[in-house]
Design a protein around this ligand. Structure first.
Ligand SMILES: C[S@@+](CC[C@H](N)C(=O)[O-])C[C@H]1O[C@@H](n2cnc3c(N)ncnc32)[C@H](O)[C@@H]1O
Length: 244
């Protein structure tokens, strides 16, 4: 199983410290919402965000949008060998149902995320496609290890151990039941909090320059699918199904 954990994701509602700002009040009223019911977004709130602690790491919901588009609905995801969790800046964790179809339209994605953060799950009733769960990051990673001492925990980070694609391919266990847990920062700038780094055994750097989080997601996902020959597994499963 491949478990992707998007870390310190720059997704949150406008925090109380800046809800009184005129620009935010206006934007909210145009959308017929309260200021603390809309997503924080650097594009619109950049100036107000200079007042926020760690403002440079926050208010980039588009990063999550592209990461989810890269991971969901892929052959690996459809095969049931992928889980995705979204760890937020405030420490809350969102569980992603692998069968969710994220809107292709960014405005609709924003509305969905606002509902998720306000209500705690989407859809609000019935089977959750996205849900805030009562776990912290440490508990989540322990549960994803699923009791395997051999589980691999990787953190993708600039300054980590220089790792080539071939090296990464050989790190991935051949036994698909052994969990591989990869942490990827879903924030625009800055470093991981120190305690977060400690949850991952191996820190890997995949390029000499900073990469987009969604490119890192894609690289890991497709490499993992290659190592486990997911296409062949899917073909043989489909041909067995067709025999009945
Ligand atoms: C835009 S970066 C965030 C910038 C931040 N300086 C950092 O490295 O964490 C988004 C995420 O992509 C991953 N990433 C970016 N460049 C990388 C690289 N060269 N090697 C490995 N992972 C990288 C990291 O997980 C990072 O948190």
């Amino acid at each position: 199983m491949l478990h992707v954990v998007l870390l310190e994701t720059a997704l949150e509602l406008v925090p109380t410290e800046i809800t009184a700002k005129k620009l935010i009040q206006k934007q909210a009223s145009l959308r017929r919402k309260k200021p603390n019911e809309i997503l924080l977004d650097q594009t619109y709130h950049g100036q107000a965000m200079t007042q926020l602690l760690n403002g440079h790491k926050r208010g980039r919901p588009d990063i999550l949008f592209f990461c989810l588009q890269s991971l969901l609905e892929t052959p690996l995801c459809k095969s049931g060998f992928l889980t995705i969790h979204i760890h937020l800046y405030d420490g809350r964790i969102i569980e992603v149902n692998p069968s969710v179809r994220i809107p292709r339209n960014y405005e609709r994605f924003v509305g969905l995320m606002e509902q998720l953060l306000l209500v705690g799950q989407v859809p609000p009733k019935g089977t959750a496609l996205l849900k805030v769960i009562q776990k912290d990051l440490s508990t989540l990673i322990s549960s994803l290890r699923d009791g395997y001492d051999t589980a691999l925990t990787l953190l993708a980070v600039e300054g980590g151990h220089e790792t080539r694609l071939g090296g990464l391919l050989s790190l991935i266990p051949s036994d698909i039941s052994i969990p591989v847990i990869i942490g990827i920062g879903a924030f625009p700038h800055g470093d991981f909090q120190l305690d977060i780094q400690g949850f991952f055994d191996l820190h890997i750097e995949l390029d000499t320059e900073v990469m987009m989080a969604w490119h890192v997601c894609s690289e890991i996902l497709w490499l993992y699918a290659l190592k486990n020959d997911i296409t062949s597994k899917r073909r043989s499963f489909n041909s067995q199904q067709n025999q009945f």
